[in-house]
Design a protein around this ligand. Structure first.
Ligand code: NAD
Length: 525
């Protein structure tokens, strides 16, 4: 049976390499891009509904968390009405976009990937300015954006076309995947390019139309992604773009009867609310809305006495403090065997003291600012709590500078049930918990409502095997850190309150954006 793959020949998927900033030409590339995009600060960005630019009277700005008085862009402030208009427009556009052959959709989205690859420093520069990522973290976000596009395009070719089923005598039968309809794509700010582009690309390449509403914290990077998709040939009618508050605009998208599915990544609280709202049938609704919900984490690294302590210290430091701890996969709990507890804490504190914190456009800084004043307040709320629930041994005070700088903060002797050990902080705050033995460590690791990522440092094969059975997380890493999932190699998504285990960057992902249609035709024997 012919599949679309037969018509387009693509090389096997490989991850986009990270930029080596130790090379002078790459440093210059990034410096030039930072200067170039800085010359565009303050520009106004429209919304797009049904192919038309939409401007509102109310505006909101996006600012640089390293220098909060610096306005990066001016954005429209959508209301619920705009959300409903955008869903109508996307609903209308579905009729034609779903008929565009899969190969053509793939061709368009691969063009978007090419454009991003050619201008990768520019996208990374915007990421660095808008959400405070260091050069390396911004580059990883851009690389993942390219990876999602390349991976999902190849997956679409695999899924396109009729699929054989068990043959039936007297029948010609097959199964094919068809798109769902209008998708509300609602990403967070912490991977402002990769997650926004990944969920949008997955929706579009499968033949659905989209209303994308990015986070209030990162409309600029989303606008750049959308501009790229349009430039590559995605019809504006098929990709509607709204900027505005989640509580009103996002809420209206979720509740609209013509919305067929919601692709959401964000906090547990909002994910649960979306799940509830999407499950309630509203007048005019013909389907059960599908929800793809990727939510928060409270991720642990277990440090066993039989592990390589120096590697564990390095892994914990990177996973807890990289991008200021603002990754869903960030290590926020180190669960350490009592046999190596004191030496682990000593080494970790020495390692973390070497981390430089400051404006993210300066490559000397490993850590930049946290994303906003609100995030800063929340994180310091948790630090104050942590001081009561454990012992602060590093950090805890605002770092110098006008940005929202929080230094690496370590709280030791934390009870496994303490709030600082249970709730997602989403900042550079690590709780260190003492375990009696490996079984106790696993018990602690599983004692939250989340189940996203986790890691174990041990050289004992029996313990590693036990962890593979018992450590209940969607992404488990052995003898490496718990952040840095790679598209294709580490399909990503969590259990329990971490979401619907959607496994982005994996072979099952696109099926969430499709429905299977079985056809059986009676034929003469
Ligand atoms: P958030 O939940 O505050 O916002 C996410 C998105 O939801 C935003 O676009 C927001 O505008 C929108 N929104 C808010 N209220 C809404 C409502 N009532 N209806 C519809 N939409 C609404 O999350 P955030 O602060 O942007 O992101 C951080 C969170 O995301 C963390 O909890 C983190 O763990 C999680 N996250 C998870 C993954 C994953 O793969 N599991 C990846 C990245 C981030």
């Amino acid at each position: 049976m012919a599949t679309a793959e037969a018509k387009i020949h693509l090389s096997a998927f490989t991850n986009e390499p990270f930029v080596d900033f130790s090379k002078p030409e790459n440093r210059k590339g990034m410096e030039d891009a930072l200067k170039k995009v800085a010359s565009e600060f303050g520009r106004e960005y429209p919304m797009y509904i049904g192919g038309q630019k939409v401007i509102t009277t109310a505006k909101r700005t996006s600012a640089n968390p390293s220098h909060p008085s610096q306005v990066l862009g001016v954005f429209q402030e959508a209301a619920a009405d705009h959300a409903n208009q955008a869903v109508e427009a996307a609903y209308k556009a579905f009729d034609s976009w779903k008929q565009v052959p899969a190969e053509k959709r793939v061709e368009i989205l691969l063009r978007a990937s090419d454009i991003i690859r050619k201008r990768k420093f520019e996208l990374s520069a915007w990421i660095c300015y808008e959400v405070g990522k260091s050069w390396a973290e911004a580059d990883a976000d851009t690389a993942e954006t390219i990876d999602f596009l390349e991976f999902y395009c190849r997956e679409m070719l695999r899924l396109a076309g009729p699929h054989p089923v068990v043959p039936m005598k007297g029948e010609k039968n097959y199964l094919k995947y068809i798109p769902l309809g209008v998708g509300a794509v609602i990403p967070p700010w912490n991977f402002p390019a990769a997650i926004a582009a990944g969920m949008t690309a997955a929706s579009l390449v499968t033949g659905n139309t989209v209303v994308l509403k990015p986070s209030e914290e990162s409309p600029l990077v989303a606008a750049k992604v959308v501009e790229t998709f349009y430039e590559a040939g995605v019809p504006k009618e098929a990709l509607n773009f709204l900027t505005g508050p989640g509580e009103t605009v996002g809420d209206a998208l979720v509740k609209n009867p013509k919305t067929r599915f919601i692709a959401f990544t964000g906090s547990k609280e909002v994910g649960l609310l979306i799940s509830e709202n999407a499950s309630r049938k509203v007048p005019g609704q013909l389907w059960i809305k599908r929800t793809v919900l990727e939510m928060g984490g409270k991720d642990s690294i277990i440090v066993d006495e039989e592990g390589d302590l120096d590697s564990a210290v390095e892994g914990v430091a990177q996973a807890a403090f990289g991008y200021q701890g603002q990754k869903c996969s960030a290590c926020s709990r180190a669960i350490v065997s009592e046999k190596v507890y004191d030496s682990f804490v000593g080494k970790l504190v020495e390692r973390a003291k070497k981390i430089s914190v400051g404006p993210s456009e300066d490559p000397a800084n490993y850590m930049g600012p946290v994303v906003s004043e609100t995030a800063l307040q929340t994180i310091f709320g948790y630090i104050d709590l942590g001081k009561k629930e454990g012992k602060l041994v590093l950090g805890g005070e605002r770092a110098p500078g006008d940005g929202y700088f929080v230094p690496p903060t370590v709280i030791v002797d934390v009870d496994p049930k303490a709030r600082i050990a249970q709730e997602e902080v989403f900042g550079p705050v690590l709780a260190v918990i003492k375990a009696r033995d490996f079984d106790h460590a696993l018990e602690i690791a599983n004692n939250t409502e989340f189940g996203l990522t986790g890691a174990v440092y041990s050289k004992n094969p029996a313990k590693l095997e036990k962890a593979q059975e018992a450590f209940h997380v969607g992404n488990l890493y052995l003898n490496r850190k718990c952040t840095g999932a790679m598209v294709g190699a580490h399909p990503f998504g969590g259990f329990n309150m971490s979401g619907t285990d959607s496994k982005t960057g994996g072979k099952d992902y696109l099926l969430l954006f499709l429905q299977g249609k079985t056809v059986a035709e009676k034929v003469a024997n």
